[in-house]
Design a protein around this ligand. Sequence first.
Ligand code: NAP
Length: 267
Amino acid sequence: MSGDSKEFWGPNILICITGASRGFGRAIVKTIAEHLIEVLKMQPDNLTFLVTARSSTLLSELKNDLLSTFGIKNVEVISGSIEGSDTLQNLHHSMEKLRDNNNFDHVMLIHNAATIGDPSKKTDQYTVENMKELDEYARINMSSMIILTGSFIKIFKRIAKVNIINISSLVAFQALEGLSIYGAYKAARDNFMKCVAHENASIKVLNYAPGPLQTDMLETVRSQGYLAQLFKDGSILTPDQSAKKMILLLERNTYENGAHVDYFELE
Ligand code: NAP
């Protein structure tokens, strides 16, 4: 098991992740670091993270934590709103620089950042007054991930092993009151990723639905009375629990390229 796991990650890996400051993104970073350094005994210098989100304070804390807990020195931080052209350009340049100054065997991009929108609004409440809000939602949740994917593929096309992971949701397939816009873009992201897999057979693509997680996003949804039924059965997971399962899924590598896999489908 450990031999297969080591083979999956390879000797020198770069992990680029959006929305790394808190919630599931932060848990993914910490869980991967713990798995590679403490379980698989990888040398910390052979693991590089590129982390992004708006909060520079939380990203700096994460960077310090990775150094003090795991000895990981190679952590690039880009702070800014993901829909801004300047943030996307900074990410592009940072990835180019990382490629030029390193000899990666494996690169991974994790599209984790997302916003829930306004769950108090039902479908008949969107009017022309909401055009600006909807445009901004599209830029944060869709356009930015398309542009970042394009940059990543162009920059790393010669690397032997490439993974792209889109953090999806059950809501990509299931209608829930108040989550129409969120669900619509989750479905669109899944389909975009299927096209990435279709056009690039050498890139392994996964749409991972992490299950209901105890994060700020879940608290925003929970605050809507009509969604109370969602939170009745005690099935809410910690972000770490779901991150561990995602790692297992990646290492097993038995999913079809571009597949949507839900936390609850896995043993
Ligand atoms: P969260 O607690 O709200 O965290 C969202 C992350 O995205 C934060 O790091 C935030 O950082 C970043 N972010 C938000 N707006 C941004 C912007 N404009 N530019 C750059 N970064 C931005 O959400 P979460 O629950 O961890 O969700 C993570 C992923 O899991 C999302 O894709 C979500 O759809 C998915 N998911 C969550 C659940 C759940 O139950 N929580 C269930 C299914 C799927 P800053 O604020 O620092 O920018």
